[in-house]
Design a protein around this ligand. Structure first.
Ligand code: LLP
Length: 420
């Protein structure tokens, strides 16, 4: 599951660079990505899309580092954004605004304006209220806004509840039953141009069925909407396939996309432009979080390895009880192996990176949390006034520092002291 990240002669390597060298050069905690792994994943999607009417829009939220956006832009990918900040990143990375889709349940008017001025491909609109607001903002700018309506297909993605987005109870999208009315209303708004339909049922989905169910429901809706004289150019099926963290066996991007395209074709929609917004599966297994073991301690019940990385650096374990592999940079012989809870220095009991991991450790050892390329750095915070980690992109034998470690001065820099 981790191409380009493997042991060679007893050292964990990212491409041709031992991670221990990176720790020495750049310090820890450190996010490390493999350029080849990112490009390989992106190429797998491109190969599966080859010759088909498919558009790939990388979900920037998964990892929004400029250097990574640059790699994807150069391969011709467009982007799925959820904020004006992400739009600015895409433009700064040389991304094509004409290949940007703007998702999100609460877009600001200022963000709508920025996106209209940049000339994004479409707005994925999530409510009637947003339709009217966007129509007004576009009118004020003298522009026409391309819109796709995000419909909640009400299928259970069978993933973690926090990353399921297509349930009936979800805040996302327009309920299926109100879709037709939303489309007829949109068609009457003078500054909108209907271009598509869109759904997103969740993330880290490792089976095909929920996607096929959602697609079937979308196809029913499309028939209904087009029957009422509204033409849809594209159908956007949301995020990408899940990845392997432990022993999940998700379909490959090619198999996943192939099955969806086949279903479309069978339903007589083979001609239709299809959009996908993968994030995790592009970068997830291309990155790791490197951390140093600060302290080993034991209570009567447990052994703890306290690392210099914490929940503020990698939030997924604390937030979703997510399991990510934790491996030593330079494995020892195992004679002193114990079962450790790997925890960070933050003052929360939820601050752990992994529980009950069998590891042979000394203080000062380096550990790598694998599968950390997606929703790792992108979700990092400054809790406990901890500067955010640095990021390195490895390319063969080269290591590029793509983001410097934050400094405490930077953290204080935005604040104003009271004057007494
Ligand atoms: N499109 C939309 C509208 C989305 O909401 C998402 C993810 C994606 C695309 C990308 O989905 P992906 O290909 O990455 O599955 N922080 C969580 C994941 C949250 C995903 C939210 N939406 C985690 O760490 O597991």
């Amino acid at each position: 599951g981790h191409p380009h990240i493997a042991y060679r002669a007893g050292d964990l390597m990212v491409e041709a660079v031992p991670v221990s060298h990176l720790a020495r050069q750049f310090g820890t905690p450190l996010y490390v990505y493999s350029r080849a792994a990112i490009e390989q994943a992106a190429q797998d999607y491109l190969a599966a899309a080859q010759g088909k009417p498919v558009s790939l829009r990388y979900a920037v939220k998964a990892n929004s580092s400029l250097a990574i956006l640059q790699l994807l832009a150069r391969l011709g990918w467009g982007f799925d954004i959820v904020s004006g900040g992400e739009l600015a990143r895409v433009l700064a990375a040389g991304g094509d605004a004409g290949k940007v889709v703007f998702s999100g349940v609460g877009k600001l008017e200022s963000e709508m304006r920025a996106a209209l001025r940049a000339g994004v491909q479409c707005f994925n609109v999530e409510s009637e209220s947003e339709l009217h607001r966007l129509n007004r903002v576009a009118g004020e700018l003298g522009r026409s806004a391309p819109v796709s309506l995000r419909i909640n297909p009400e299928v259970d993605a069978r993933t973690h509840p926090y990353i399921s987005t297509g349930l009936k109870s979800s805040k996302f999208g327009i309920p299926q039953g109100l879709a037709r009315k939303a489309y007829s209303d949109a068609a009457l708004l003078p500054h909108l141009r209907i271009v598509g339909i869109d759904c997103h049922i969740g993330s880290q989905i490792t089976s095909l069925e929920p996607y096929l169910d959602a697609l079937d429901r979308m196809l029913d809706l499309i028939r209904d909407i087009e029957h009422h004289g509204i033409k849809l150019e594209h159908i956007d099926l949301g995020g990408g396939v899940g990845i392997r963290y432990a022993n999940e066996a998700p379909p490959t991007p090619a198999a996943w996309m192939g099955a969806l395209l086949q279903r479309l074709e069978n339903a007589g929609h083979g001609h239709r432009q299809v959009m996908f917004e993968p994030g995790r599966s592009v970068v997830g297994n291309a990155g790791l979080l490197l951390t140093e073991v600060l302290t080993l301690k034991s209570s009567l019940e447990r052994h703890f390895a306290v690392t210099d990385a914490a929940m503020n650096d990698l939030m997924r374990p604390a937030l979703y009880q997510a399991w990510q592999a934790i491996v030593p940079a330079t494995p020892r012989d195992g004679r002193h192996a114990r079962r450790y809870d790997v925890v960070g220095p933050v003052c929360e009991s939820g601050d752990w990176l992994g529980r009950e991991r069998d590891l042979d450790l000394r203080e000062g050892d380096l550990l790598a949390v694998l599968s950390a390329g997606a929703y790792g750095m992108a979700m990092a915070s400054n809790y406990n006034t901890r500067p955010r980690a640095a990021e390195v992109l490895v390319d063969g034998e080269q290591a590029h520092l793509i983001r410097e470690r934050e400094t405490v001065e930077q953290l204080l820099g935005n604040e104003q002291r009271l004057v007494f």
